[in-house]
Design a protein around this ligand. Structure first.
Ligand SMILES: Cc1cc2nc3c(=O)[nH]c(=O)nc-3n(C[C@H](O)[C@H](O)[C@H](O)COP(=O)(O)OP(=O)(O)OC[C@H]3O[C@@H](n4cnc5c(N)ncnc54)[C@H](O)[C@@H]3O)c2cc1C
Length: 388
């Protein structure tokens, strides 16, 4: 392999930055082209399960993240039906020091990745540089005036790279809105401050609450039916609208108190990519949400982007010659697509289970109790035990 081989990555989100570090670690030069003028604080909390954290630890990011993350011990599954806990899952069995379960603000994760990218001599990051056109030739891919061995579209659910390479594949609206907000942990009464992850299942809706930012902040995500107000990734949400939803008698008072503690809400219309879409063509490949935007109900969208990055780097690293790159991208897609599709489907099914109502919700809670925490937790093993 020649050191001059360059990979261009469109997008400096979690997927693009992780891919840059993983690919540069294999001796490639990497150029990241990011549309935004600044990498701002977009999004809110992320759960990173061991399959994803293992990759980040392997890239040497644990020390930078240590000051920001929370390592929860449990996931409490709560039911709005009775206001109580259906089950408490222990994360102790699945998490390890080299593969912890982390709760982290997306901005802190992006900041740690960005610092590593900026101090890496083999990576150039260009902000305010949207990828708008490309030409995939046999010997190289041309992106503006740049020639590269490959172009990786890590440019999110509304990917321009996908739009050029596979114009027929478009994200679809799920009919659901994620309301995201945060509050100071100190603003909640002690009995309402979660130490781990809380998942509240309710009729046609659910609520996820957990601490992040070293326990200083609480992240809240409420999933409700709704329609997008405007095109785009996220939009401001009116506190009285979400307050009205949780005022319904079937939501217990403690969920209402937590909802009321959030000052600023943002609405995220949930768009997903169809299962099994195209991932690569010639010297172009997609990664992360650009390939497989999914419902967030398995908490794996960023996790899958991070896994993609590790596998892509392995496949590119195994390509001895420049002419082997298209085959390396084909191998990457073949390795990743079945797993990402399975996670997409799992996320969809979990949403359907969380949103049951009436007697079926009672049957769900009873079935979960009968199954027990160990067997319920073991259902995540195929996700969490993944290694690159
Ligand atoms: C409510 C909610 C909760 C979630 N919770 C979790 C969770 O707990 N755990 C988890 O793992 N995941 C979670 N996710 C999913 C996760 O946020 C996404 O899957 C992840 O951020 C996708 O990363 P990405 O790098 O693929 O794309 P993005 O984060 O979308 O990054 C794409 C980047 O590309 C840039 N870009 C766009 N167009 C261009 C262009 N033409 N040229 C150059 N750059 C461009 C954008 O500016 C952006 O910086 C959640 C999502 C939501 C909505």
């Amino acid at each position: 392999m020649t050191a001059s081989r360059t990979i261009v990555i469109a997008g400096a989100g979690i997927g693009g930055l992780t891919a840059a570090l993983a690919i540069a670690a294999r001796g490639f030069r990497v150029t990241i082209l990011e549309k935004a003028e600044r990498l701002e604080e977009v999004g809110a909390g992320l759960q990173l399960s061991p399959n994803a954290s293992r990759v980040l630890v392997g890239l040497g990011l644990a020390p930078q993240l240590a000051a920001h993350v929370v390592t929860p011990e449990t996931v409490s599954i709560m039911t709005a039906r009775s206001g109580g806990e259906v089950m408490r899952l222990s994360l102790a069995g699945s998490a390890r020091p080299d593969a912890p379960y982390w709760l982290v603000h997306r901005a802190d994760l992006q900041g740690a990745l960005l610092a590593a990218v900026q101090s890496h001599p083999g990576i150039d990051l260009h902000l305010a540089s949207p990828v708008q056109a490309m030409e995939d030739a046999t010997d190289a891919v041309r992106v503006g005036d740049r020639h590269a061995a490959a172009l990786i579209g890590a440019d999110g659910a509304w990917s321009a790279v996908r739009g050029i390479a596979f114009p027929a594949i478009q994200p679809r609206f799920s009919g659901l809105i994620a309301w995201r907000g945060t509050c100071d942990a100190a603003s909640l009464p002690p009995e309402l401050r979660p130490s781990g992850v809380q998942l509240w299942m309710g009729p046609r809706a659910h609520l996820v609450i957990y601490p992040m930012s070293a326990g200083q902040r609480i992240n809240l995500v409420a999933i409700l039916p709704g329609a997008p107000l405007a095109p785009g990734w996220s939009e401001p949400g009116a506190a009285d609208e979400i307050g009205r939803h949780f005022a319904a008698a079937h939501w217990p008072g403690n969920t209402r108190a937590m909802i009321a503690a959030v000052g600023n809400w943002r609405r995220w219309p949930l768009f997903t990519m169809p299962d099994g879409g195209a991932w690569h063509s010639g010297r172009v490949a997609l990664l992360g949400d650009a390939a497989h935007a999914m419902l967030p109900f398995a908490a794996q969208g960023a996790g899958m982007a991070i896994e993609d990055a590790a596998v892509l780097a392995q496949c590119l690293g195994a390509a001895d010659e420049d002419r082997d790159i298209p085959a390396a991208l084909a191998r990457y897609a073949a390795l990743r697509a079945p797993r990402a599709t399975r996670v997409q489907r799992t996320a969809r099914q979990q949403g359907q289970i969380y949103h049951l109502q009436g007697p079926i919700a009672f049957a769900r809670d009873t079935a979960m109790r009968l199954l027990g925490p160990i067997r319920l937790q073991a259902r995540q093993d195929w996700i969490y035990n993944w290694t690159p």
